[in-house]
Design a protein around this ligand. Structure first.
Ligand code: SAM
Length: 283
C-alpha cells in the first residue's frame, strides 16, 4: 500500500497519524462534508440521538437529573461532543452532563476549542479539552492554549470507573493498538457504562453499491484532498485506513474480548455499512 503500513511499527504509525491530522486540522470540517456528501452529519446526528445523553425517565423537580460524564475520545474538532451537549443540555434539559474531549493531536483540539467559543456559555463551561493517547488514558494533559502558562503540567490519569459514556467517532481505525484502547475504555467506564463507536465499516452486503463506493473512495477522495486541501497523501492514508479496518463482526468480537457485553448483533449498519455503530456495556 501507499505507506506500506504492514511493515511499520506502532510508533511509526502513531507518528504518521499525527502528521496526517496536523496537516488536515484546518481543512478537516470542510473536507468531511465534501468527501461524504454531508452524510457524516447525518451519521453523527443518529449516533448521538441513539445514545440520548442526559435522558432520564425520572424528570420531576424532586428528582434532579443525574450528572453524567461523557468522554469523547479522538474528539478532534468537537463534532460529537457539541452534539452531546446540545442533546443533554437543551433537548433533555439536563445541564449536569459534562463532556471531556480527548485527542492525541493538539492541532485538532485547538480547532475544536476555537469552534466551541460559539456555544452557549453554559455548554462551554461543561466542556474540557485534554491531550491523550487513547491507548493510555493514565497520562493526559490539559490542552495548552496560547494564554495558558508555559510551565509543563504533570500528566493526569483518567481514573478507573469514572466515565458514564465513552464515545469514539471515526477515530479508532487510526489507533496503533486497538485492543489496548478497548482495555482503557473498559477501565475508565463505570459498571453499567457504555462504550459507543461510530466508524467506517464494510459495505460489502450490496456488491454494486460497494463497487461504486470503492471507486469513489480510491479515486475521488485523494483527488479532492489534493485539490481542496493541497494534501493528497493524507487523504490517501484515510482511504487506506478504512480498507484495513476490521469488519463489523470482527470488531464486535474485539469489543466482547475486551470485556463488554453487547446486545443482539452488537452493531448497526449505516448507509449500507459505509459506517457502523458498535456499542458495548461494561457489566
Ligand atoms: N471524532 C471527530 C469527528 O468525528 O469529527 C474526529 C475524527 S478524526 C477523523 C480522527 C481523530 O483521531 C483525529 O483528531 C486524530 O488526532 C485522533 N487520533 C488518532 N490517533 C489517536 C490516538 N491514538 N489517541 C487519540 N486520538 C487519536
Amino acid at each position: 500500500t501507499h505507506f506500506g503500513f504492514e511493515t511499520v511499527t506502532e510508533a511509526e504509525k502513531r507518528e504518521r497519524v499525527a502528521g496526517v491530522f496536523t496537516s488536515v486540522a484546518e481543512s478537516y470540517d470542510r473536507m468531511n462534508d465534501l468527501m461524504s456528501f454531508g452524510w457524516h452529519r447525518i451519521w453523527k446526528d443518529h449516533f448521538v440521538a441513539s445514545l440520548n445523553p442526559g435522558f432520564s425517565p425520572l424528570s420531576s423537580s424532586s428528582d434532579p437529573r443525574s450528572p453524567q460524564h461523557i468522554l469523547d475520545i479522538a474528539g478532534g474538532t468537537g463534532d460529537i461532543a457539541f452534539r452531546m451537549l446540545h442533546t443533554a443540555h437543551v433537548l433533555n434539559a439536563n445541564p449536569s452532563v459534562r463532556v471531556t474531549i480527548s485527542d492525541i493531536n493538539p492541532a485538532m483540539l485547538s480547532v475544536g476549542k476555537q469552534r466551541s467559543t460559539s456555544l452557549p456559555a453554559s455548554q462551554q463551561a461543561a466542556l474540557s479539552f485534554v491531550e491523550a493517547n487513547a491507548e493510555d488514558l493514565t497520562r493526559t494533559t490539559p490542552l495548552l492554549t496560547s494564554t495558558s502558562s508555559p510551565s509543563p503540567v504533570p500528566p493526569q490519569e483518567i481514573p478507573s470507573e469514572s466515565v458514564d459514556l465513552y464515545t469514539v467517532a471515526f477515530g479508532i481505525r487510526n489507533f496503533s493498538n486497538i485492543p489496548a484502547a478497548l482495555r482503557e475504555a473498559h477501565r475508565v467506564l463505570k459498571p453499567g457504562g457504555v462504550f459507543a463507536c461510530l466508524e467506517f465499516s464494510k459495505a460489502d452486503k450490496f456488491p454494486l453499491f460497494n463497487t461504486l463506493y470503492k471507486e469513489w473512495s480510491f479515486r475521488a477522495i485523494p483527488l479532492i484532498g489534493q485539490l481542496v486541501a493541497g494534501d493528497r497523501d493524507s487523504y490517501q492514508y484515510l482511504v487506506e485506513s478504512i480498507e484495513r479496518f476490521p469488519s463489523q463482526t470482527e470488531f464486535r468480537d474485539m469489543i466482547v474480548d475486551a470485556g463488554f457485553v453487547v446486545a443482539g448483533e452488537g452493531y448497526e449498519d449505516l448507509t449500507g455499512g459505509v459506517a457502523a455503530i458498535h456499542k458495548g456495556m461494561k457489566p
